[in-house]
Design a protein around this ligand. Structure first.
Ligand SMILES: [Zn+2]
Length: 153
């Protein structure tokens, strides 16, 4: 609908996908008053509900994941766009799963999977929070695995 005259008749004069916003930006021209305006059509991802460890449900919150990953990457030389890639991949992955509910743990594991190749320190930091290691030994096993991987390369 034209924001100037309210007419429903408009034609698209330019259309392009804005990746960072997961949105299609369209330049339109009103068929009634000929004025031009821009619309954004956002791709709405269908994301599952998150089941927390204590059984409570909450909405899939990509900002929360982003905050966790950013914290894990603090003071690490991880470029912002690589970090964004991780978030986007995780979000896409869960928008494609058939389940209507996923556990918070499954999300954490998915983030870990992506972080592992990105930055080892960030990986361990994130793991320590998200896996909520039941004991120190488990954490050490994880560290050892990392060191083994590093040794091979
Ligand atoms: Zn108009």
């Amino acid at each position: 609908m034209c924001p100037f005259c309210g007419a429903d008749d408009s034609r698209v004069i330019d259309s392009r996908f804005v990746r960072e916003q997961s949105a299609t930006r369209r330049r339109r021209q009103c068929g009634a008053c000929s004025r031009r305006f821009t619309t954004y059509e956002r791709v709405e991802l269908m994301l599952p509900t998150v089941v927390k460890r204590d059984g409570r449900r909450q909405a899939f919150d990509v900002d929360k994941i982003r905050a966790g990953v950013a914290l894990a990457c603090r003071k690490r030389a991880v470029p912002a766009e690589r970090l964004d890639d991780v978030i986007t991949k995780v979000e896409r992955h869960f928008s494609e799963v058939a389940e209507r509910e996923v556990t918070a743990q499954a999300i954490g594991e998915r983030v870990l999977h992506s972080l592992r190749t990105l930055d080892e320190v960030a990986y361990v930091r994130f793991a320590s929070v998200y896996r909520e290691f039941s004991d120190v030994r488990q954490f050490l096993v994880e560290l050892e695995k990392l060191q083994e991987t590093a040794g091979v390369e």
